[in-house]
Ligand binder design. Structure first.
Ligand code: DQA
Length: 145
């Protein structure tokens, strides 16, 4: 049976490839999903990829993942730095959680240095560009054995 990994992207990441390309690069979210799916397929993993600008929708997807997904790879965007509710939803999820930031948030404004999600994450990647998503997925695949 194939495993599902849920790739969840938060606010403004629908603009990936267009928004501040000097920080976030030229790849779109569709490019990211395609690269992750290509990596996942041979490992018997299916990628479900969603993006929302709405905190409640992200929480609903995390709840859905409780029933459907062995791992969540999440870039919560700015909700990283503000959302206790996303942290609580992840606490209620029993699978693997990897937090990805395209930019190195620690090299940026001080308000980006704190993440509510990191206290729940099994691993955190920041500053690897969009390759961070694939690196997180490689780790999930290796942990799944
Ligand atoms: C981000 C970093 C956040 O601080 C920011 O609000 C984003 C994107 C990143 O991928 O580098 O929207 O999560």
């Amino acid at each position: 049976m194939s495993h599902t990994v849920f790739l969840i992207n938060g606010p403004n990441l629908n603009l990936l490839g267009k928004r501040e390309p000097e920080i976030y690069g030229a790849d779109t979210l569709d490019d990211v999903t395609a690269k992750c799916s290509a990596l996942a397929g041979p490992a018997g993993v299916v990628i479900r990829s969603e993006q929302s600008n709405h905190e409640g929708q992200i929480i609903d997807w995390i709840h859905e993942a409780r029933e459907t997904s062995v791992a969540i790879i999440i870039n919560p965007g700015a909700f990283t730095h503000t959302s206790v509710a996303i942290y609580d939803a992840l606490q209620a999820y029993e699978g693997l959680v990897f937090e990805v930031h395209i930019s190195n948030v620690h090299k940026r404004e001080a308000f980006r240095h704190h993440s509510y999600v990191s206290a729940r994450a099994d691993g955190v990647l920041a500053g690897f560009g969009v390759e961070g998503y694939e690196l997180a997925l490689r780790r999930v695949i290796s942990l799944l054995g």
